[in-house]
Every structure is written in C-alpha cells, then in structure tokens.
Design a protein around this ligand. Structure first.
Ligand code: GLA
Length: 402
C-alpha cells in the first residue's frame, strides 16, 4: 500500500527532473593558461626539503605577499620518496609523514601543491621513480590532491633508453617520447587537473612534441645554477623558441635562482626580468624565510610579473644585439610592447654608451614608456644613449607603440 502510493510520486519526480534545469557541473579547470608561478624546493634546499619546510614555505608565500603577487604552486622536488610495498604503492620517506595532510595544509592557504617523479626506476637523486607504476602513482597523486607533477628523465636514460636501444639515438628518443605520453595519459585518466612539467633537459626538440601529449611546460636546457654565466647561457638558448610557447604550454628555462648564491642585485633583477620576458614559469627557488627585502622586492614587482603573466602568452624574441648588449621585445595584450635591453658584459660606460635603435624594433620616433624597475615614465628616442651597468637591464613597457 505504502509502496503503491509512493510509486506515482517517484515517477512524477523522474518526469519533472527531465524538464528541470540540470545542475551544471563546473567545467574542468584548464591549467597553466599563464606560465605557472610558485616556489620549488630544489634550488636552495635540495635534499633537505621536508614536511616542516614545505609548510613554512607555504606560510611564507602568504606572509611575504608573494601569494597575492601570483605565486601559487608549492612544489616539492626530489627526495620525498620512500620504498614501494608489495602492492607497488610508493610510500613517502620519514621526511614526509603524511602527504595528504601536507596537501590539505597547502590547500588551506589557498595555494596548490606540486610533486616530483620520473619515468625511470630512480629519480636524479636516486630515489624511487615511476617506471611500471605510472597509473598507480598518478592515481595516488590525485588522491593526495596534487596539482602539479615535474617528471624528470634521469635514470630512464641508462635504465631503459640505452638498454632497449643501444647505439640507436633515434629509437632512444622514441622510447623517451612514449614514456612521457604514458604519464600524460595516466594524469589525464585521474580526472584531476594536474600541471604536467616535462624535465628532460630539452632533448630531441621537446618543444615540438610536448604540447600534443599534454605537457604544460618543458625544460629547454640542463640545470640552472646561481651564477651569472649559467643563467646567461640558458637565456641565449631560448632565442628562437618563442613560437612554441603559448597559453597552456610553455618553454621552461628552469627555475629561478633569484636570491640564491652570490648573484648581485643587478644580476637578480636581470635574471627575473629576462625570465618574465620569456614568459617562463616563475618558480622561486630561494629560502623564503630568510629572504632579503631587496630580493622580495624583485620577486614581487607586479609590473614585471604582469609581463610574464600577460594574457597574450607571447615569449620575447631577441631582436638584435651589439657586442654584449642585447635587445629583446615581447608583444603584450592590447598592442603594448615590453622591451628589455640587457648588458651581459661589464665596462660599458657613458664614454661609449649603447645606442638604442628603435627602428630595429619596428618603432617610429619617440615612444612613451614606463621603466618597470624605477616605476618612472621615460621617453625613448631613436638612437638614445643608454648606460646600463654590467649584468643589469633596462626593462620598459610601451603601452602604445608607434
Ligand atoms: C634534475 C633536475 C633538477 C632537480 C634534480 C633533483 O637535476 O633537472 O631540477 O629536479 O634533478 O634530483
């Protein structure tokens, strides 16, 4: 009796639900529409990273104002991994007692969390990597709430590529490609939006094939270190790669060394300026707790960050160079243009200043611009003399180039 009474109601509800507006499920988040920004543990802490340090970094991103400036990802690099158990589940080591709890903590700060692995048996630091466990690991990352994976080739080279295809470079590259496709698919299958960062040092023109397998960024070179010469060598290798960058897929000239080593403030400023011009991922790699105010001021310069994060997503081109001075230009949304004049050398004084040739930039006559480091308006004129300290940069934004 009860059941009979209920049935018509149930069928009425069913009928109504057909006509009722369907609850709209939010469209899946599209990641890396602008170059990812955040912090990564490797460049300063390397194997010293632990749960406490990652929480402290998250706290500092908030307290320093870096989060508000756009630094969202808190990325744990190598050395978090423990052993696999009999079911193949990879456990964390004692430095990371509870990865899910750590991810929850980072998320509670309004930040996102990244992790690190590789396609080989071992990571670069000699810890367990994902070979043969790709789907299992990706699923675990998603269950933990991971938002970003850096996938570093390392032992895959000797373990798999050289073993399976000795003396056949082309076959080795195909094997490498397949390994990245595999993890790309495994991440996609989790249904969680996870930034996929390829770290294979730019081999086999990765920029040509990474976007198709879901790569959001790919390292274009070997590792950076906190020395001017290394930073500058990497910069030079980015010229010509601009056509491969765009919303959702970026060239990665490696993480920032701003505030690390013995880089001078001029060098820090030049490094940060050029990475912003390159539309590079801005992953700070310094000790946030003991960050000098001058370093913080560089990392949080909103005008410079805005160049990097510009919605047009264009990477700068090197337009011309004259000796050790080079001129780069980056088209910006709304027709604006950023110009960087970098003095990669020393000893160029007002006795023989550099003369900026606006015509080579396609500009005609005087241009109104903003100097993004002094914050002042400047007028650029044809062949104007510029005195730029060694390893420093003039960085300007021209709102309405003529
Ligand atoms: C490689 C990468 C670095 C870092 C280390 C960790 O060298 O290129 O960025 O991730 O491995 O072992």
């Amino acid at each position: 009796m009860r059941l009979r009474n209920l049935l018509p109601l149930a069928s009425l509800a069913l009928t109504l639900s057909v006509f009722a507006p369907q609850a709209q499920s939010a469209p899946p988040e599209v990641v890396a529409q602008t170059p990812p920004m955040g912090w990564n543990s490797w460049n300063y802490f390397a194997e010293k990273v632990d749960d406490k340090g990652v929480r402290a970094a998250a706290d500092q991103l908030v307290a320093s104002g870096m989060k508000d400036a756009g630094y969202i990802y808190v990325n744990i690099d190598d050395t978090w991994e423990g052993e696999r158990d009999a079911s193949g589940v990879l456990h964390t080591n004692s430095k990371f007692p509870d990865m899910k709890a750590l991810a929850d903590y980072v998320h509670s700060k309004g930040l996102k969390i990244g992790i690190y692995s590789g396609p080989g048996t071992k990571t670069c630091g000699g810890y367990a990597a994902s070979l043969g466990h790709e789907e299992q690991d990706a699923k675990m990352y998603a269950e933990w709430g991971i938002d970003y994976l850096k996938y570093d080739m390392c032992s895959f080279i000797p373990d798999v590529m050289m073993k399976q295809a000795p003396n056949d470079k082309a076959a080795q590259m195909r094997i490498m490609h397949a390994a990245y496709v595999k993890m790309g698919k495994a991440l996609e299958a989790t249904g969680r939006p996870i930034v996929f960062s390829l770290c294979q040092y730019g081999w086999d023109a990765v920029w040509e094939w990474a976007p198709a397998l879901g790569g959001n960024l790919w390292r274009t070179t070997g590792d950076i270190d906190p020395h001017w010469d290394r930073m500058y060598t990497i910069l030079e290798q980015q010229a010509g790669l601009e056509k491969y960058a765009g919303p959702g897929h970026w060239n990665d000239p490696d993480m920032l060394e701003v505030g690390n080593g013995k880089l001078s403030m001029d060098e820090n400023r030049a490094h940060f300026s050029m990475w912003a011009m390159l539309a590079a991922p801005l992953l700070a790699g310094n000790d946030l707790i003991n960050m000098k105010p001058a370093v913080k001021a560089i990392l949080t310069n909103r005008d410079v960050i805005a160049l990097d994060q510009d919605s047009l997503g264009k990477q700068a081109s090197r337009v011309y160079s004259e000796g050790e001075v080079e001129v780069w230009a980056k088209p910006l949304a709304g027709g604006a243009l950023a110009v960087a004049v970098l003095n990669a050398g020393d000893n160029r004084y007002s006795t023989h200043p550099f003369h900026l040739d606006l015509a080579k930039l396609g500009l005609h006559g005087a241009q109104q611009a903003k100097d993004l480091w002094t914050g002042k308006d400047v007028q650029l004129t044809q062949n104007m003399p510029l005195e730029i300290a060694g390893h420093d940069v003039l960085l300007v934004r021209i709102a309405q180039p003529k």
